[in-house]
Design a protein around this ligand. Structure first.
Ligand code: MRU
Length: 354
């Protein structure tokens, strides 16, 4: 692990007895932290995008279970575990696409069950808090491993294009695709970093540019629709993105626009790399066709900064993720290793590894 790599931002933190989340809706204008005290507030923070990015959603939900268990135990020490079910459901339904959410909730449910069976009506907080912290720390460790593995694939110097925000804001810290980019930058392999602005929520412009500026890494923004034209210029060697859910055949759901990038990369002979921890892999879904794709409010498209940009009555279609077929992906990088040209067999081998 290269410990000296710049990585100043932390969007999720446990402080004494509550969860603290950096309100990502306000960036880059304001750096404000929300204090979250229960499961309902956690679910709302996820649904409203105070916290976003697949691994970060899972980590926030894990801390949300700690808050829920504390409240349930204070209300009824003998039935806290049964009562927790409602909170787990609430958290699970906060956003549909990123599977890290249900993955983290499964881990937390298991610890809650074990704690209840071992200690009955004693307070469950220490065990659950330790479990949430473990999920958080392991995510950061996985990101460092992936940063190194992904960078090994960059055999020549060149520019990198990324999409959305996959950095410390979207994870426990360091980032997935942005972790590879940080590592490549520090080794002099990334000559320039391009980031799509990422319509309509502007994760690229508002978040990626902000956190890279914090770490002193220069970034060049472009509108999403300029990406194929950029790839045609020949400067970019790799497109490096994250994922919200990876199906058993290697199809990848990620921020809307990722599929366009994969098509453009293939057309122009540019490598296409997906970087995601195995908590993003959903072996229960045979292909990307089964991945639930979130559609958000048309207001995100019809207005900008509170000002309407389309005539009243205009309809909008706002799917916020798309699915890139496995055949367009050159490599999926996980903390367990790299799968080149992913398919069902190579994904099964990866997921069988410890
Ligand atoms: O809608 P968002 O901002 O939660 O979408 C985030 C993404 O699509 C990221 O690319 C993905 O979660 C990977 S983050 C490490």
């Amino acid at each position: 692990m290269e410990k000296h790599l710049p990585d100043a931002v932390r969007a999720i933190r446990w402080s004494r007895d509550h969860l603290v989340l950096l309100d990502q809706r306000l960036l880059p204008r304001k750096e404000e932290y929300l204090h979250i005290g229960n499961a309902g507030e956690t679910a709302r923070a996820i649904a409203d995008m105070v916290v976003r990015g697949a691994p970060a959603i899972g980590i926030a939900a894990a801390y949300g279970v700690v808050l829920a268990a504390r409240k349930r135990h204070s209300q009824s020490p003998s039935s806290w575990y049964a009562d927790l079910h409602e909170d787990l459901e609430l958290l699970a339904n906060s956003r549909p696409t990123a599977v890290n959410l249900s993955w983290a909730l499964r881990q937390m449910r298991r610890v809650a069950e074990q704690t209840f069976h071992a200690h009955g009506d004693l307070p469950p907080l220490p065990a659950l808090l330790e479990a949430a912290r473990r999920i958080h720390q392991r995510d950061v460790q996985a990101n460092h491993v992936m940063g190194a593995l992904g960078t090994e694939l960059l055999t020549e110097k060149g520019a990198i294009l990324t999409h959305c925000n996959t950095g410390s804001l979207a994870t426990g810290g360091f980032g997935t695709a942005l972790g590879v980019i940080r590592t490549a930058w520090s080794r002099g392999l990334a000559t320039r970093i391009f980031a799509d602005e990422t319509r309509p929520w502007l994760q690229g412009a508002r978040l990626t540019a902000w956190e890279l500026a914090r770490d002193g890494i220069p970034v060049t923004l472009l509108v999403d629709s300029a990406s194929s034209w950029l790839l045609r210029q020949g400067e970019v060697r790799w497109v490096v993105v994250g994922a919200d859910r990876i199906a058993a055949n290697g199809d990848v759901a990620n921020k809307i626009g990722t599929y366009n990038l994969a098509l453009g990369a293939r057309q122009h002979g540019v490598g296409f790399m997906v970087v995601a921890p195995t908590s993003t892999v959903d072996m229960n879904l045979a292909s990307g066709a089964e991945i639930p794709i979130e559609t958000r409010s048309s207001d995100e498209l019809l207005g900008f900064g509170g000002v309407g940009v389309a005539p009243g009555g205009t309809q909008a279609w706002n799917p916020v993720f798309d699915v890139t077929p496995a055949e367009l992906i050159d490599a999926i990088v996980t903390e367990r290793g790299v799968v080149e040209n992913p398919n069902s067999a190579s994904m099964a081998t990866l997921m069988g590894r410890n």
